[in-house]
Design a protein around this ligand. Structure first.
Ligand SMILES: [Zn+2]
Length: 261
């Protein structure tokens, strides 16, 4: 499929799009873009699959989010069944998130989140579909886990670090493990991540919105949507000193490669 842009991570199945989802999808068609609709629990993963079946430019990631996990039970059988669907191209949104967790609760939260994450890593390896990782303030635990699984499964654990907004040093650590880094809207209104973007090889860069959240500069403070990924690509192109067309083609090629589409 000839795609001009790619949003690696959006949540257009969420209620924030119920009133005008068709218009949002029409703007995606206008941009000739593709996108991965990401589930954060079983229900939102199932809805994402239903949605993607109706549109050839949509694919899906199915998983259980570390903090929006509603009691923290990962239904292995249900997710394994869903992961077989040809529209499903990744496992997640899953990962570790210690942001705003009180020190006293940290050990318990770590255990709960790790218990949910491990079966998702194992599912990813089993179905040979990459991980869509959410990691916030928890890289010191997440990266060693990724490293261990990679070591034990030589033929493949592919990892996408979704919403990468870390330092160049952290970027290098992730890249050393072969991860893809997916850059979101906030790169457009700060220079804080410029160094990380410059440190990332062209073939490891992905673009995303995480819509409805985290709108880029022109739409800051309002609902985000997949079409705005174009602004992310503009900033990436600027930093990498290539044309908008070249940068777009690169992120589309990277997305096609990692998702096998
Ligand atoms: Zn997300």
């Amino acid at each position: 499929m000839d795609l001009k842009l790619f949003d690696t991570h959006c949540h257009i199945q969420f209620a924030q799009f119920d009133a005008d989802r068709d218009a949002v999808l029409a703007r995606m068609v206008e941009k000739k873009m593709g996108a991965v609709v990401v589930g954060t629990d079983l229900a939102s993963s199932q809805v994402a699959v239903e949605l993607a079946r109706q549109h050839d430019f949509l694919w899906v990631s199915v998983g259980l989010h570390p903090t929006d996990s509603h009691g923290g039970v990962f239904d292995e059988d249900a997710f394994a069944e869903l992961a077989k669907d040809p529209k499903v191209v990744a496992i997640g949104e899953c990962g570790l998130d210690y942001f705003r967790i009180a020190e006293a609760d940290k050990e318990r939260a770590k255990k709960t989140q790790t218990d949910i994450l491990r079966p998702q890593i194992e599912l990813s390896i089993k179905v040979k579909k990459p991980m869509m990782i959410h990691c916030r303030d928890a890289h010191e635990d997440l990266l060693p886990m990724v490293e261990q699984y990679k070591r034990e499964n030589s033929d493949g654990l592919q990892v996408i670090m979704h919403f990468f907004t870390g330092t160049a040093e952290l970027a290098r650590k992730c890249l050393a493990l072969g991860c893809y880094l997916s850059f979101p809207g906030p790169i457009t209104f700060t220079d804080m991540y410029d160094e990380s973007i410059i440190a990332t090889p062209m073939d490891k860069i992905l673009s995303e919105t995480d819509s409805p959240f985290a709108a880029p500069a022109e739409h800051r403070g309002r609902r985000n949507e997949p079409a705005y990924v174009e602004e992310v690509v503009t900033k990436l192109a600027l930093l990498r000193k290539v044309s908008q067309e070249e940068m777009s083609a690169q992120v589309v090629a990277n997305a096609k490669k990692v998702f096998g589409i």
